[in-house]
Design a protein. Structure first.
Length: 261
C-alpha cells in the first residue's frame, strides 16, 4: 500500500502521464534496494515503467500538497520521458503548446499552485493534473498495447472479462446477462443474455477485443471504462433486438447477433 499522503500527491501527475503521455506508470510501495538508507521524514515509492524498469521516487512528508506535486512531477516526468523514448514516442513531454516541437513543459510551484510551466516564456500553461490528450490516438494491436503499457494480451483480456463481470448489470429493466466468457483463440468477449420482451430465447454477443482503445482515451482507455461503454451498448442492443441482425443460431439455441448491428 502506498502512503495516502503520497498517493494523493501522485494522482494528478499519474493522470497527466496517462492522458497526455499515453503511458501507464505503476507506482507502488518502495522496493528497499532503491534506497540504501531512507531518510526519516521522506515518503518513498517505486515507479514501474511499462517495460518493467523501476525507479525510486521520494518527497518530504508534511510539505504542502502543491509543493509535493511539483516535486514528484519532476521525478515522474523524467521517468515518463525515458519510457516514451524507449517506446519510440516523442521524448518532448509534456510538449509546450506555445512552442511545438521545441521543449517540454516544466513542473513548478506558482502562487502555491503546482503547474506546468513554459521554460521559455515562464508562463504557467496548465495546472498539473489537467493535461489532455493532444489528439485521439488510434486503437492499438495487442503488440502495440503491450509495448506501451507492459500489459500482455492475456492480462488485458482477463482484466476486461473481470471488469465486465463487475460493471455489467445483473437483471436489468431490459434483460439479464446469463454468462461471460473469453474466447481466447479468437480474442472475443462472449456475452450470453436474455431479453424480457422476447421471453424464452437466449442471445449471444461476441465482441472483438483487438484493436483495443488507446490507454489515453478518457472514456475507454481503462478496462473499467471500456466495460461501462460495452454495458451501455448491450442495453441498447437488447432494446433493439427485434431489429438486430442474427448471424446464426447454434445447437444450444443461442441466437448470435451481429456485434456491429
Ligand atoms: Zn514554451
Amino acid at each position: 500500500m502506498l502512503d495516502p499522503e503520497l498517493e494523493a500527491a501522485l494522482s494528478p501527475i499519474i493522470h497527466d502521464v496517462i492522458a497526455s503521455g499515453g503511458l501507464l506508470l505503476d507506482v507502488r510501495e518502495s522496493e528497499p534496494h532503491f534506497w540504501r538508507s531512507p531518510v526519516p521524514g521522506y515518503l518513498y515509492a517505486t515507479a514501474w515503467a511499462p517495460d518493467g524498469s523501476g525507479t525510486g521516487i521520494s518527497v518530504p512528508a508534511g510539505w504542502p500538497r502543491p509543493a509535493q506535486i511539483a516535486e514528484l512531477a519532476e521525478q515522474l516526468r523524467e521517468i515518463a520521458i525515458e519510457a516514451r523514448w524507449r517506446a519510440e514516442m516523442s521524448a518532448t513531454w509534456p510538449e509546450c503548446p506555445t512552442h511545438p516541437n521545441s521543449h517540454p513543459l516544466e513542473p513548478a510551484l506558482v502562487s502555491e499552485r503546482a503547474v506546468w510551466l513554459c521554460p521559455k516564456s515562464g508562463e504557467a500553461i496548465a495546472e498539473i493534473g489537467t493535461l489532455k490528450g493532444e489528439e485521439d490516438e488510434d486503437d492499438l494491436s495487442a503488440e502495440e498495447y503491450e509495448s506501451l503499457t507492459g500489459v500482455s494480451k492475456a492480462e488485458y483480456e482477463a482484466a476486461l472479462l473481470e471488469a465486465a463481470r463487475r460493471v455489467f448489470p445483473g437483471p436489468a429493466l431490459e434483460g439479464d446477462v446469463q454468462s461471460f466468457a473469453l474466447d481466447q483463440a479468437e480474442s472475443m468477449l462472449v456475452v450470453v443474455f436474455t431479453a424480457h420482451h422476447l421471453p424464452g430465447r437466449l442471445f449471444g454477443w461476441r465482441v472483438p477485443i483487438w484493436p483495443a482503445p488507446h490507454p489515453s482515451d478518457r472514456m475507454t482507455g481503462t478496462v473499467d471504462g471500456l466495460a461501462v461503454v460495452l454495458s451501455v451498448h448491450l442495453m441498447e442492443l437488447i432494446n433493439d433486438l427485434p431489429h438486430a441482425v442474427r448471424l446464426s443460431t447454434d445447437e444450444t439455441g443461442v441466437e448470435w447477433v451481429d456485434p456491429t448491428w
